[in-house]
Design a protein around this ligand. Structure first.
Ligand code: NDP
Ligand code: MG
Length: 402
């Protein structure tokens, strides 16, 4: 690929998206330089990545993790400087020598550093959808004010971005969907592992069953979100902000093969789609190389082998989380921040076998129904809403049987 070498920070380098990003980078060492990597609990994996990619900095969450990582790096003769704490994540997301930041921390914990990268005018490769669910308006305002280049990595939003008219891509986020000639966004959803499972048995599903996604290999939190279809709900909210689209212009269709990654319906009736193997290296490479293309190692699509593509409407009785996300989006204010925080608490409790799968939407609905004083006018206020919702949802989890 021609073009300048891109200098990259990967926030969440030890996760599923982070590892896939390093895989794409390793295929094109002449195009990319890794400047900083961050991780949280998987220090051996972070040390491996530092040994392979030799970044200038590695950042972790606290001093004790930093000491352990420094020891691992010393033993391998790696000279990466180790930084610690939330400020360190912000520092590596805003380094002057970095032009591209992959935002791949899971959950609202990823928001401060992702927002900092946007405020610093970086090319932001956005995997961390929770940033937009928590603080969509403020994040998009920061992107516009700084001139940051925002490229969606979530496969559906990446598919939509690819399907939008060139004018939208050249002036991204400056126009409304209607201005771009688009009537509707159609988000595809696989339906996850429980699409056809007997409804009565859903209460007893185990974390291991929930994280076994039929098509995608992902981190545990997003895998549970996919099983409950909250992932699609979060993606509806993500699409609202990324594409300046009202809730009514965002539709979800279940497509079990995960071959069409999403579609846009134009005002003239044309429907445009992006297709590919379910492999996150494809949208990651799109973001890294934009507006060019690079090879990813992903399996090529063989449509004759796939044979058929199926579609069905989502079953909201089976997947109440999707309806809750639409409700929170329509309610506005801090409601989506509350939805996101309650979901993170409920999913963590489910993964620790402290909550039944079917009680995840119950915890979210009951938290959303409580009066919350916070608005969406500032990051501080949204973080208060996030903390408040975590407390309320935590108390609800403790009261429910498991
Ligand atoms: P993983 O759980 O695999 O990875 C999460 C990363 O975040 C890890 O590097 C982890 O470190 C780090 N991390 C965890 N908690 C914290 C914290 N409190 N502060 C700082 N860093 C932390 O998640 P995924 O890679 O699957 O997902 C990452 C993001 O991308 C999510 O927002 C998800 O919704 C989104 N996404 C993921 C897709 C996928 O295919 N995986 C597809 C589309 C979107 P460590 O592992 O060292 O503890
Ligand atoms: Mg997705």
């Amino acid at each position: 690929m021609a073009g300048p070498v891109r200098r990259i920070t990967i926030l969440g380098a030890t996760g599923s998206i982070g590892s896939n990003t390093l895989d794409v980078i390793a295929r094109h060492p002449e195009c990319y330089e890794v400047v900083a990597l961050t991780g949280s609990s998987q220090l051996d994996k972070l040390a491996d990545a530092c040994e392979r990619h030799r970044p200038r900095y590695a950042a972790v969450l606290d001093e004790s993790a930093a000491e352990r990582l420094s020891g691992l790096l010393r033993a391998r003769g790696v000279e990466t400087e180790v930084l610690a704490g939330g400020d360190a994540l912000i520092r590596v997301a805003t380094l002057p020598e970095v032009d591209t930041v992959m935002a791949a921390i899971v959950g609202s914990a990823g928001m401060p550093a992702t927002l900092a990268a946007a405020c610093a005018g970086k090319r932001v490769l956005l995997a961390n959808k929770e940033t937009l669910v928590l603080a969509g308006q403020l994040f998009m305002d920061a992107v516009r004010a700084s001139g940051a280049e925002l490229l969606p990595i979530d496969s559906e939003h990446n598919a939509i971005f690819q399907s939008l008219p060139a004018a939208f891509r050249e002036q991204p986020y400056a126009m409304s969907l209607q201005d771009a000639g688009i009537a509707k966004i159609i988000l595809t959803a696989s339906g996850g592992p429980f699409r056809q499972r007997d409804l009565a048995s859903l209460a007893a599903v185990t974390p291991e069953e929930a994280v076994r996604h039929p098509n995608w290999s992902m981190g545990r939190k997003i895998s549970v979100d996919s099983a409950s279809m909250m992932n699609k709900g979060l993606e509806v909210i993500e699409a609202r902000w990324l594409f300046n689209a009202p809730a009514d212009a965002i539709e979800v269709v279940v497509h079990p093969q995960s071959v069409i990654h999403s579609m846009v319906e134009c005002v003239d009736g044309s429907v445009l789609a992006q297709l590919g193997s379910p492999d996150m290296r494809i949208p990651i490479a799109y973001g890294l190389a934009y507006p060019l293309r690079v090879a990813t190692g992903a399996k090529r699509l063989n449509l004759a082998e796939i044979g058929r593509l199926d579609f069905e409407a989502p079953d909201l009785q089976r997947f109440p989380c999707l309806a809750l996300a639409y409700e929170a989006l329509r309610a506005g204010g801090a409601a989506t921040a509350v939805l996101n925080a309650a979901n993170e608490v409920a999913v963590a409790a489910f993964l620790e076998s402290r909550l039944r799968f079917t009680d995840i939407p119950r915890v979210i609905a009951e938290t959303l129904a409580l009066p919350c004083d916070c608005d969406a006018a500032s990051i501080e206020s949204l973080l208060l809403a996030d903390a408040w919702a975590r407390e309320q949802a935590g108390a609800l989890v403790d009261r429910l049987p498991c």
